[in-house]
Design a protein around this ligand. Structure first.
Ligand code: CMP
Length: 133
């Protein structure tokens, strides 16, 4: 078993899609082991997305991630990181495969409804960013 982090982003929480996303995750056999709702402060969003320091989209991304409620959750499954990335689809929803969560509900490359960790090492640090264990 391995763990990964998913965040339901403000564009999805505003459209009442938390339950829909949870249902997609559970149907795909992910076990939700931690979950909470919160609003990020700008300093927290900058810290979480520190890897994107210097990118042209960072300021807009930080503003967006602080614009409403988010729902981070730690998920458990065999091959959790790889399987979750496959389930959510490409960052840009216009390039996401049919049937993926982003293909189905994301609005654009920024308001793409969900975040998922991209490696086991990042999953560990992203889970500990939001949860205490
Ligand atoms: P996420 O998987 O959370 O990782 C970084 C986020 O930056 C990404 O999803 C998008 O919400 C946002 N973003 C905005 N523009 C871009 C871009 N051109 N390339 C990658 N990510 C972008």
């Amino acid at each position: 078993m391995s763990r990964t982090l998913l965040i339901v982003k403000p564009d999805a929480t505003k459209r009442n899609l938390i339950g829909h996303i949870v249902s997609r995750l559970e149907k795909a056999r992910f076990k939700i082991v931690e979950m909470k709702m919160l609003k990020l402060k700008k300093s927290q969003a900058r810290e979480f997305y520190a890897v994107h320091q210097g990118k042209h989209f960072l300021d807009s991304l930080v503003k967006f991630m602080c614009s409403g409620t988010i729902v981070p959750m730690a998920l458990e499954k065999e091959n959790a990181v790889k399987d979750l990335r496959a389930l959510i689809g490409a960052t840009d929803p216009s390039k996401a495969d049919c049937g993926t969560i982003r293909f189905e509900i994301a609005r654009d490359i920024e308001k793409n409804s969900v975040h998922a960790s991209d490696s086991d090492a990042n999953a560990k640090s992203e889970i500990s960013f939001f949860f205490d264990n």
